[in-house]
Design a protein around this ligand. Structure first.
Ligand code: BGC
Length: 767
């Protein structure tokens, strides 16, 4: 009897299961092509449900309660959430969407996975200093693995804004000033995040941002308008974005600021003409946070409803808006009305919805919506990831100066003074956008040095001074405010303590620079001065005449002109990430050799800004006899040129050759150069190739980077490096021709270790 009852129950359950499977709509069938699945799903959606898919909201655990948004999730009013970083909450929300909403469309969870997620890697400007595209790809592969295990399937990276003004705080988030280097790093990041397929395990959908021109903010002031000529846009600001599109990036974020008076988020030229029509971008576009609503603030849209209509028609598919409920966004509050009144056609709405749904299908969310909580847990303190973070930090550092080969430090030094406000700060070693890691696991410089030195060596630390922003940062919301400023007595005593410590030590490691929230978003600075009394401290310590190494922890070039003739060794570490302290110690004691090169020109002072190497020639070029300087009070040249960086060994370049003296339009020219390690240690060099087009329909920059290769060389070893200059490298956007041109002209070629390379050849392009 019991058996029969059980049997009946089984049959009933099996029937139910068959029914529910049979009842599952076609869009759940993974064997159908994605466009058919999207068609099927869209045919079942109401206008409100469609608008829901275009709505993305912040959910910040510290400030919100799940109950606020769950009813909206149930009603299908939200398509995506950002800033949820714990897998349990992600699964909780996902369950509401996929089990309790009418159409069971999964949510897409996004986050700013910029330079790591649980494991923090060096900041992007630092990673770019490695000029190592494989490294960058590997780093972003790990970041993707960690974030996707948590249920985050979409990163708001890579940030591809070319930046030529170091006052702009967000310079730290990008690859620096150069379109060629920027494009190579952009493609590597997309490959790292997305792999062959963003749906494959451990990968994420990437989002190139901020489209476009954000880095050219007037005065380097964050969010300020940018005025960029078409020639500059195509030749300088867009190439990294184009490279990301060519690498298959799945989404794009529209920028905040006005571009030539039209806000990027309402800019059809950018979002339709360039992105879709010229480049054939097939992914979807999300606005930056509240950028649609802010079309009103800009004085562009009349009201929020007008803003929604203009952003959508310009090409913004999804709106990112600040916390609240589903109707806090302008799309949610006004698109339905626009559709019913005909201002937005059904086809326009469907176009945006289709792109978002396509992305969700492509990301595999319908098959695999949940985070694996146990896998997510294994991403904390993963030793393999930490190892990579250490290597990345070693390879991102740039050695700026090393007089008398002070570095690597002599292991005989038996007392070491580590001095400076950043030397023992876990918060600051990581850098901007470190929001989901465990800060306690970050290794400071003091900790790294203590772990490195042999027993019996005394390592003492003194901060010496405190530093602070004059106006607080929005990111203090996450970590709390900085400790209160010291009072006068503390100031005097701490300063004195640091100098006394330096006096009694064999060697001094000064760690100066900036707090993590002194660069990044909302972190523009009016000058590039070292904040606070850092220079004074450096002067006081240098006056002691001890062997002194200056280690910089920062997110932008700083005015260190005073130091470059007085402090024998200077190592730019940027914000090197969670393993930063260990990596710095490795470099200081020679367990790693510096290989980084500056991805940005380093000005002597704020007054030189903007300063970049690929500028146009004037009637008074620097090599003209009698040329003094363009300013009468300061040299025209930078403190350190673009591409510059020393090693513990030295390299020499010779035998620069071009494969032909003359080539026809469209033909390639091969360039080769020999690089030799002329020092006594093994090392690695970034051989760089620059060109200049001597005449044409428009003036061309004095130099442009068109190739770079890493070469590993044993002492005395020599290798030949090859570059190809093809049609792409010799083509530019001419404002005279109003289009892309390759022109017959004479080209200069230089090869060397930085943008001031002197080894030169030329070739001619003819019709
Ligand atoms: C930033 C974006 C970021 C977004 C989400 C905005 O304020 O400009 O870069 O992706 O916030 O965090």
């Amino acid at each position: 009897m019991i058996l029969t009852r059980r049997l009946l129950a089984c049959v009933a359950a099996a029937l139910l299961l068959t029914n529910s499977v049979a009842a599952r709509p076609a869009y759940f069938d993974p064997s159908l092509p994605i466009d058919k699945r999207v068609d099927d799903l869209m045919s079942r959606m109401t206008v409100d449900e469609k608008i829901g898919q275009l709505n993305q909201l912040f959910y910040i655990t510290q400030f919100m309660k799940p109950e606020i948004i769950e009813p909206d999730l149930r009603e299908g009013k939200i398509g995506s959430l950002l800033f949820v970083t714990d897998p349990a909450t992600i699964n909780r929300f996902q369950k509401v969407a996929v089990e309790q909403s009418r159409l069971k469309i999964p949510l897409l969870f996004g986050f700013d996975v910029i330079h790591g997620f649980r494991t923090i890697f060096p900041v992007p400007l630092a990673l770019a200093s490695s000029w190592d595209v494989d490294l960058v790809e590997r780093v972003q592969t790990i970041a993707a693995r960690e974030a996707s295990a948590t249920g985050i399937r979409w990163t708001f990276a890579p940030m591809l804004d070319v930046a030529r003004d170091p006052r702009w705080g967000r310079i730290v988030e990008g690859a620096g000033e150069d379109p060629f280097l920027g494009a190579r790093i952009a493609a590597a990041q997309v490959r790292g995040f997305q792999g062959q397929d963003p749906a494959s395990p451990g990968r994420l959908l990437a989002c190139m941002k901020h489209f476009a021109g954000y880095g050219a903010a007037v005065g380097g002031r964050d969010y300020d308008a940018a005025y960029i000529s078409d020639a500059e846009l195509y030749n300088v600001y867009l190439p990294p974005f184009k490279a990301a599109v060519d690498a298959g990036v799945g989404s794009a974020m529209s920028a905040y600021m006005d571009l030539n008076d039209v806000p990027a988020t309402g800019n059809a030229f950018l979002l339709r003409d360039v992105l879709r029509n010229q480049w054939g971008f097939k992914g979807f576009v999300v606005s930056d946070a509240d950028a649609v609503g802010n079309l009103v603030t800009h004085g562009f849209a009349e009201d929020k409803a007008d803003a929604a209509a203009r952003a959508l028609t310009a090409g913004v598919d999804m709106e990112m808006s600040f916390p609240g409920n589903a109707v806090s966004g302008t799309y949610s509050s006004s698109l339905a009305k626009h559709v019913s009144e005909g201002r937005i056609t059904k086809a326009q709405l469907d176009e945006a919805v289709r792109r978002v749904l396509e992305a969700k299908f492509k990301a595999g969310l319908f098959e695999n919506p949940y985070a694996d909580e146990s896998r997510a847990a294994s991403m904390h303190n993963n030793p393999e990831h930490r190892k990579m973070a250490r290597i990345a930090a070693q390879r991102s550092a740039v050695l700026l100066r090393n007089e008398g080969n002070l570095l690597p430090l002599d292991p005989k030094f038996s007392s070491i003074a580590v001095i400076g406000p950043l030397a023992d700060s876990k918060r600051d070693i990581r850098g901007s956008w470190s929001l989901a890691d465990d800060m306690k696991t970050a290794v400071t410089v003091v900790e790294g040095i203590r772990a490195k030195v042999r027993s019996g060596v005394n390592v003492e630390y003194a901060p010496g001074i405190d530093i602070a922003r004059s106006y607080p940062s929005i990111f203090e919301l996450f970590f709390g405010p900085r400790p209160a400023a010291w009072n006068e007595t503390q100031r005097r005593e701490e300063f004195e303590k640091a100098v006394t410590l330096a006096r009694s030590s064999d060697v001094v490691v000064m760690v100066l620079g900036q707090h993590e929230e002194m660069s990044g978003e909302g972190a523009s600075q009016s000058t590039i001065e070292l904040p606070g009394r850092q220079r004074e401290l450096l002067e006081a310590v240098s006056a002691l005449g001890k062997p002194t190494v200056l280690v910089l922890i920062n997110g932008r070039p700083l005015d260190i002109s005073w130091a470059v003739n007085r402090v024998p060794a200077i190592l730019e570490a940027w914000h090197p990430g969670a393993e930063g302290g260990n990596a710095i110690a490795d470099l200081l004691w020679g367990d790693a050799t510096p290989v980084g090169k500056l991805p940005i020109t380093w000005p002597r002072s704020s007054g030189q800004i903007p300063l970049y190497y690929a500028r146009n020639l004037t009637q008074e070029p620097e090599n003209k006899p009698g040329f003094k300087s363009r300013y009468w009070d300061i040299a025209t040249s930078p403190l350190y040129p673009f591409g510059y960086g020393l090693s513990y060994t030295s390299f020499s370049y010779s035998n620069l050759r071009v494969s032909k003296a003359t080539a026809k339009l469209g033909e390639s020219v091969e360039v080769t150069v020999d690089v030799e390690n002329t020092g006594r240690r093994a090392g690695e060099e970034v051989a760089q190739l620059y060109i200049h087009q001597r005449s044409g329909s428009a003036s061309r920059p004095v130099r442009e980077l068109k190739g770079f290769e890493r070469v590993v060389l044993a002492p005395g070893e020599k290798k030949t490096v090859r570059f190809t200059l093809g049609k792409t490298e010799l083509t530019y956007w001419s404002s005279a021709a109003r289009g892309w041109v390759q022109e017959p002209a004479t080209f200069d070629v230089w090869a060397g270790g930085d943008s001031t390379a002197t080894l030169q050849r030329k070739f001619q392009i003819t019709r």
